[in-house]
Design a binder for this molecule. Structure first.
Ligand code: NAI
Length: 676
């Protein structure tokens, strides 16, 4: 079906795009636009209006076409025809005008938007530069500063901001088409086209200082800087030359490793919330949440639910703990108010939807109860038993445990099919990841309800089976273990941290441990000691730091030393301790290159991920990539460890793993795909 309709209304062309869901510029839309422009010219229309049906104006290109050779007509040619047309073309804008949609708007002669419309060039998020003149027309419309900012960040702006910058002719509250009709009736001559406009000069050092700020944030992603370069071409060359350079770069980037990885992440984000386990299962309605335990996690979980408009009741042990939890939650809401995330009215609405007490009877009408009490089996079992006595038989019973087995927590629960793990990450009101843990007994409906809650509170939810640490912390344990082997054999914490930062991680594993505290890892290692394989190499350096009460930043020292500014300073005592450990264990310390460190750390992640898949703990490799990207800062532009390993190839990863195994014989179980 043709997604573009043309209608000549007494000399005014009306062109309607109807390509749900977001009116993407597919080949059929491009061809339809070319035809409509030609029809309007053939009919000698003086003016024309392009409108979109559905919830938005064109919101981007058709990403599914990206892996294939570009098909005619090409977008830049369509927009050039539009801009050069003798017809005065207006665009009626609503929804999210993004990428190719924003470029279409820039090429038109008159731009009017409803007040809720938002605009952006999100190509950078897919490792690209715009491909149809966005970086060349936008600076001519709104100035190079805003253009470079939008193109390099991918952030969106609202209609009023774009209007103030000169990018729109008008912003209207309603009757968009009526307003445009009147505007065009009074248009006497053909307006200047965007590509004919001059660009105002910017301060000499503008681009260099923007580039250095962008580079700091990019952590290895190339597209932000390339977008700045492309905007600069608009200042240095004429439109035709600039557009042709932009197009060439866009096409080259489509095949780049970074763009392929970012597209993988983009699609994974859409697929991750639809595991086969909940296919065609209807979620139960959720309005009331009970949270038990109002410490760090319970308060964060409450705030996340309140922000989504849910009612939250929090249960603590006694009056003092209730008061403290109340303050904690209030503090988080006040923080959101202070940062401008919510209005005063929003704060009040959220705080009014919150209550706190020590009586389980208040949980009688809850839809989901989430426990976030101490990480102790007995305490959690008692809380579950108490909840089960009070909540409805069909309400969901969830645990936020990091490491304990939810099946054991719920051994005495009568209908365990409603038990699910909801593993949030700290700070729970900010971190995007939520692992939804499926026990042997969990029903598909309980899972579907958990996924629907996750969507409501804007989390990236990943389905995980039961294993020690679930997907994320199990991968983290392998990663840290390999780090410790490297330390024992010759590396230093600062070398490993620098290597992983250079790889694109926001922090290295040791500075991160110092930030979050070494105690949890220590407790875990003690807990796991009885089941640890006798052949596994166990490096005690971290334990020795804990024995010296070097727990990280909060105790003033950990893997590093800290002064008041929280900046890690290399500590001789730690170096000596590591050296001493190597000597005592008869290890001839050797040097590791940055590449060796990175390869071995990534290979153990890929191996652990592959084992998680083989064991059926994760349904798909993309689930693991989502866990690492959204919970552990794995660089998005690398697509996650599983995608990275695919790009490296099984044989390469297997070769690296062989040397990892040689370094620490008997310590690693290899996934089948990496056994040679
Ligand atoms: P926390 O120590 O800050 O808070 C625990 C709260 O539970 C305390 O306020 C305590 O008064 C309350 N509590 C204890 N027994 C209770 C009972 N019987 N009834 C009601 N309230 C009770 O601990 P945090 O860090 O919030 O951790 C809670 C859970 O979340 C643990 O299972 C932990 O493993 C898990 N978790 C922690 C993460 C973290 O980064 N801290 C991340 C993800 C999960």
């Amino acid at each position: 079906m043709n997604p573009v309709f043309y209608h000549n209304d007494s000399g005014r062309a009306w062109v309607t795009i109807d390509n749900p869901p977001v009116n993407a510029t597919s080949q059929a839309v491009r061809a339809g636009l070319i035809e409509a422009i030609a029809s309007a010219e053939r009919d000698n229309c003086r003016t024309g209006v392009i409108v979109c049906l559905g919830r938005t104006f064109v919101a981007g290109g058709d990403i599914s076409e990206f892996g294939k050779p570009p098909q005619e007509p090409h977008l830049p040619d369509v927009y050039w025809q539009l801009e050069q047309s003798p017809v005065i073309w207006a665009v009626a804008l609503h929804g999210t005008v993004l990428g190719g949609g924003f470029e279409l708007a820039m090429a038109a002669h008159v731009r009017v938007a409803t007040s809720g419309t938002r605009f952006g060039l999100p190509e950078v998020n897919l490792g690209l530069v715009p491909g149809a003149g966005g970086t060349q027309r936008l600076p001519r419309l709104v100035g190079a500063e805003l253009a470079a900012d939008l193109a390099s960040s991918g952030r969106m702006i609202d209609a009023q901001t774009l209007f103030d910058a000169g990018g729109l002719d008008a912003v209207v509250e309603d009757d968009l088409e009526g307003y445009i009709g009147k505007l065009l009736d009074s248009a006497s001559s053909h307006p200047l086209t965007t590509s004919e406009r001059n660009i105002l000069p910017v301060a000499d050092d503008y681009f260099t200082s923007l580039a250095s700020a962008v580079d700091k944030k990019a952590k290895g992603a190339k597209a932000p800087q390339l977008n700045i370069d492309a905007v600069k071409w608009a200042m240095e060359t004429d439109f035709i030359e600039g557009q042709s350079r932009e197009r060439q770069l866009h096409l080259a980037l489509r095949d780049s490793e970074q763009s392929i990885a970012l597209r993988h992440a983009f699609f994974a984000e859409r697929l991750v919330s639809k595991p086969a386990a909940i296919k065609e299962v209807t979620a139960a309605k959720v309005e009331h949440i009970t949270v038990v335990g109002g410490g760090l996690m319970g308060a964060g979980i409450s705030a996340a639910c309140l922000a989504a408009g849910l009612n939250v009741h929090l249960i603590e042990v006694d009056d003092n703990a209730v008061a403290a939890a109340n303050e904690r939650v209030k503090g988080l809401l006040q923080g959101a108010l202070k940062r401008g995330k919510i209005t005063q009215a929003g704060f009040e609405a959220q705080y009014n939807a919150f209550s706190c007490g020590d009586d389980y009877r208040a949980a009688a009408n809850t839809d989901i109860a989430i426990e976030a009490v101490f990480e102790d089996m007995q305490v959690k079992q008692n809380v579950f038993a108490e909840l089960a006595r009070h909540i409805r038989a069909d309400a969901i019973l969830a645990t936020n445990t990091s490491y304990l087995n939810p099946e054991e927590i719920s051994t005495d629960i009568k209908n365990p099919q409603r038990v699910v793990g909801l593993h949030f990450f700290s700070p729970a009101h900010i971190m995007k990841l939520l692992e939804i843990v499926d026990t042997k007994e969990t029903s598909a409906q309980a899972l579907a309800t958990a996924f629907s809650l996750a969507k409501r509170i804007k989390k990236v939810a990943v389905l995980s089976g039961v294993c020690d640490g679930f997907i994320g912390n199990r991968m983290l344990a392998a990663y840290r273990r390999q780090g410790d082997y490297l330390l024992a054999d010759g590396a230093t914490p600062q070398q490993i941290d620098a290597a992983m930062r250079a790889y694109g991680m926001p922090m290295g594993p040791y500075e991160l441990q110092d930030l979050t505290g070494l105690q949890i890892g220590w407790a875990n290692r003690k807990r796991q000691a009885p089941t640890r394989a006798a052949t596994e190499r166990y490096v005690t350096i971290a334990d020795q730091l804990c024995e010296k009460e070097r727990f990280g930043q909060r105790s003033g020292s950990g893997w590093y030393q800290y002064e008041s500014d929280r900046k890690p300073v290399v500590d001789q005592e730690v170096e000596q301790l590591i050296q001493h450990y190597s000597n005592q264990n008869g290890i001839q310390r050797r040097t590791f290159t940055q590449q060796e460190i990175q390869n071995s750390m990534i290979a153990v992640l890929a191996n652990e991920g592959a084992r998680i898949l083989e064991e059926g703990i994760a349904e798909r490799a993309l689930d693991i990539d989502m866990v690492k990207i959204h919970g552990y800062g794995f660089p998005r532009w690398r697509g996650g460890p599983m995608h990275t390993a695919d790009v490296m190839g099984d044989d390469t990863v297997a070769t690296i793993l062989a040397s990892v195994v040689k370094q620490s014989p008997g310590s690693w179980l290899l996934a089948k795909k990496y056994q040679r």
